[in-house]
Design a protein around this ligand. Structure first.
Ligand code: FAD
Length: 395
């Protein structure tokens, strides 16, 4: 594909030089000139009023996807326990499907998991595609991806959502590759384009400094992963749905991995994404001893302990307790941020908390912009006093 300037038509207006994201355009002797950095992105052509910039590329034709219908959610279960994120995604899928006048479906894969179908219907699924097989008892990438390929090929969903859990992050790219579709990971918002009816997938980009909205016009299903805790659950207790059993052609020989043993990491904390109260600390907490102060406050409140990326990198909290863009997304009733500046990457994981209390000695700390109550002060004075008063109140 080539792109060039018809110099006779060019009036040297410089609109193209300003529009080029790669600094590849310049004006030479009053005419536009395309330099080596050009990627043929076409931004210059769009702004050229005199139609002086031309290409031999054919416009890409959007295929007809009218036979792709429905918003699907991967119903992730582990050992028969449905993961909450699947129910959250069913909430979002209901909203998306309503705009498109499509149905919501859940894909339930495993062995002896059919009991979960009822729950999926009660949280928004019109249809549950149930795939049960001994080989699917424990999650294995190839096996689950194979099943998804069978289902997608047969039923042609328009949208396919998965939780950005360890399993979802592993499975989604494999499925997208198998079905030849794109994938947007870690979305924080999903909506439908009012005119085009395509899925708009919004996620933080460039280190969280911008929110990028990504759309997929050229393949189906439109696939996205969403982190746990981001979307709201919408119960549908009266709903009646149907279960469609899919018989997979998968055999054990087709799977290149065997599970020899499952070793569970000992669980020392509760689930952060489901916590009602969280006490979180950042660099201002100073060290592990500082986190013990926060631990006492958390114990007095029945709260979970969490922190910023700094707190994790310093080894004061485990990775699973990091809140933010590259950590966990939480939405508790109460989030107490101690010695946290409130960087955008941290706020991305906690700003949907119902009430936020910030304790910071810097009155201009950005965390105060999202806080419902701000305490300007030294956390080493405020936190012990708060703990003392709470303990006294509970006696
Ligand atoms: P600082 O920004 O250093 O803030 C410390 C605060 O403590 C200051 O406001 C200070 O006034 C206050 N303070 C100090 N002493 C006291 C005291 N005695 N009493 C009261 N207040 C005190 N960060 C995350 O948290 N989560 C993420 O998921 C995440 N992902 C990232 C992804 C990318 C791509 C990038 C580039 C960065 C990411 N970060 C993330 C890092 C983020 O940009 C910030 O660097 C980090 O959140 C800052 O942590 P902090 O608030 O603990 O530290």
């Amino acid at each position: 594909m080539a792109i060039w300037v018809e110099v006779d038509l060019c009036d040297g207006c410089r609109r193209c030089t300003r529009a080029c994201p790669y600094d590849a355009m310049e004006i030479r002797e009053g005419k536009a000139y395309i330099g080596e950095r050009c990627t043929s992105c076409g931004a210059c052509m769009e702004v050229c009023r005199s139609k002086a910039i031309v290409t031999d590329a054919q416009p890409r034709i959007i295929p007809d996807f009218s036979n792709y219908t429905g918003a699907w959610v991967f119903a992730e279960q582990r050992r028969g326990q449905l993961q909450r994120v699947s129910v959250e995604l069913l909430g979002k899928a209901q909203e998306l499907a309503k705009v498109l006048n499509h149905k919501v479906s859940a894909v339930l894969i495993g062995h002896e998991v059919s009991d979960l179908a009822k729950t999926l219907i009660q949280f928004g699924a019109d249809t549950v595609y149930l795939v049960e097989h001994e080989t699917l008892k424990e999650y294995r990438t190839e096996a689950y991806a194979h099943v998804f390929k069978e289902l997608v090929t047969e039923h042609k969903p328009n949208i396919l959502l998965m939780g950005a859990t360890h399993i979802g992050r592993d499975l989604a790219p494999r499925v997208s590759r198998c079905v030849g579709s794109g994938l947007t990971a870690d979305c924080t918002e999903l909506s439908i384009h009012p005119e085009e009816g395509i899925l708009l997938q919004t996620r933080p980009a460039f280190g969280g400094n911008v929110m990028a909205t990504i759309a997929n016009r050229f393949s189906r299903p439109q696939m996205a992963t969403v982190r746990p805790g981001v979307m709201e659950v919408i119960p549908t207790p009266e709903k009646e749905g149907s279960v469609i059993t899919h018989v997979t052609q998968l055999t054990e020989e087709q799977i290149g991995t065997r599970i020899l043993e499952i070793v569970k990491e000992p669980k020392t904390h509760g689930n952060l994404t489901e916590a009602k109260i969280i006490v979180a600390g950042g660099r201002g907490v100073n060290d592990a001893a500082g986190f013990e102060l926060l631990g006492s406050l958390a114990a007095a409140l029945g709260a979970e302990l969490a922190g910023t990326r700094v707190a994790f990198e310093e080894g004061w909290i485990p990775a699973s307790r990091q809140v933010g863009q590259t950590g966990v997304t939480v939405r508790p009733d109460l989030y107490i941020a101690c010695g946290i500046s409130g960087a955008i990457q941290h706020r991305a994981g906690m700003m949907d908390s119902k009430f936020i209390v910030a304790i910071n000695k810097d009155p201009y700390a950005p965390i105060f912009k999202v806080a419902d109550w701000g305490i300007v002060g030294d956390l080493f004075d405020v936190v012990p006093e708060l703990t003392k008063q709470l303990q006294a109140a509970c006696q």
